[in-house]
Ligand binder design. Structure first.
Ligand code: HEC
Ligand code: HEC
Length: 349
């Protein structure tokens, strides 16, 4: 009887052991040297962020990924970067007009997608942060997002066995500090590159467009590409795209950063890559779907008084034109990026 019991216990232990080793080697979450090679899509310009001061390795990337998905970065371990930035939405937040942070607190802005960040000269809807490595300090310390201090994050990580090991594997010594936290996070988010949509394949001559998509592309080039320009679909400028100020939020946008009256109601021109997946839209998430977005642009009657004059190129959009524009926007969905296993939550195993 006793012997049988010991056998059962031994069997259970070995099963757990075998399962565990399988999980650690699970190819879905395993990151190799090739996985972290920086591959710039053909049509893209030279990146702005330079990895030469933050050399990417699989171990550092894995550490950055762990941090991104870990609520330990928030005061009460309730909120991770991934609580707001969801992979399936190109790391925006599906369905929430405004972000939801710690203790269910509602933020002031719509969560931005995370993609092609190494080409951004400034971050946030108002460009208030100009360095990819510094950017996470903002959500970590923001009282309505993660409400934590970097010093405290470092203390918590130092007391965590798993992190002690991960930092050691990544850096070959025992030092855990905020610089390393921020740099590994930048490796993880910096490699989120989307340049493999149907549009890209069309440009490379690998895929054909339907008639609607072709017409949509033509319309887009003359009416929208003034601001949503080039292969990144943004000229990185701040503009007033005609949205009337939200009287509840009173968000001044760029004006709050520069203190210049002229910049009030201007927001960073966002990329339109994966736009089908990142609803709702605009800095305050006021539009639920792409129909509402093109309806907004379809007549100058909708525009705020101080709208950017390049919107005049749009003119009145017919129903057919609206449909074609939407058909084109949907070609910017990049399934390879959305389902890229490298960016999956490693805790899901
Ligand atoms: C409570 C929700 C929330 C959490 C948690 C959060 N973010 Fe964000 N993130 C946002 C919102 C909202 C914006 C837009 C902010 C703005 O314009 O003021 C944003 C913007 C960004 C941007 C700028 C993107 C761009 O194109 O300019 C980056 C990068 C980013 N977040 C990374 C992170 C990282 C890394 C973490 C974890 C350390 C994190 N975020 C945690 C909501 C969140
Ligand atoms: C004058 C410059 C300008 C032009 C022209 C322009 N846009 Fe925009 N677009 C912007 C700005 C700025 C925003 C962000 C505004 C905000 O959130 O306050 C934006 C936001 C968007 C968004 C929402 C993005 C998101 O992540 O929420 C979509 C979709 C969009 N534009 C599509 C278009 C289409 C389609 C056209 C042509 C019919 C167009 N835009 C023309 C400047 C422009």
């Amino acid at each position: 009887m006793k012997a049988k019991f010991i056998y059962i216990v031994l069997f259970l232990f070995s099963t757990v052991f075998v399962l565990n080793s399988f999980i650690d080697d699970n190819p879905y979450f395993k990151i190799t040297k090739e996985d972290v090679e920086l591959k710039i899509p053909k049509a893209f310009p030279k990146p702005i962020y330079n990895f030469s001061q933050n050399k990417i390795t699989p171990q550092k990337f894995v550490l950055g990924r762990k941090l991104f998905y870990d609520p330990i970065l928030s005061k009460d371990s309730s909120t991770s970067c991934s609580s707001c930035h969801q992979r399936i939405a190109a790391f925006a937040h599906i369905d929430h007009p405004l972000s939801h942070g710690i203790n269910g607190l509602i933020g002031k802005r719509n969560v931005m997608s995370l993609q092609n960040l190494i080409w951004r000269d400034a971050f946030m809807w108002d460009g208030g942060v100009n360095n990819l490595e510094v950017q996470p300090i903002n959500p970590i310390t923001n009282p309505i997002e993660m409400n934590e201090s970097l010093t405290n994050v470092v203390i918590k990580l130092k007391h965590n066995k798993e992190y002690a090991e991960l930092f050691h594997t990544a850096y070959n010594d025992t030092l855990i500090n905020s610089e390393r936290i921020l740099k590994t996070l930048a490796q993880f988010t910096g490699l989120m590159i989307s340049g493999n949509s149907r549009f890209d394949k069309y440009i490379e001559g690998k895929e054909a467009f339907s008639e609607d998509e072709l017409n949509g592309l033509k319309l887009f080039k003359t009416k929208c590409a003034n601001c949503h320009s080039g292969s990144l679909f943004t000229d990185n400028s701040y503009r007033n795209n005609g949205l009337k100020t939200d009287t509840a939020l009173r968000d001044k946008g760029r004006g709050a950063i520069t203190g210049t009256e002229e910049d009030n109601n201007k927001f960073k021109v966002p990329t339109l890559r994966n736009i089908e997946m990142t609803y709702p839209y605009m800095h305050d998430g006021r539009f639920r779907n792409l129909q509402q977005v093109v309806n907004h642009y379809s007549t100058s009657k909708n525009f705020d008084k101080k709208y950017d004059l390049s919107l005049n190129k749009i003119g009145e959009l017919s129903e057919k034109e609206k449909e074609e524009l939407i058909a084109f926007l949907k070609t910017l969905t990049d399934k390879e990026f959305l389902y890229d296993r490298r960016f999956a939550d490693p805790n899901m195993k």
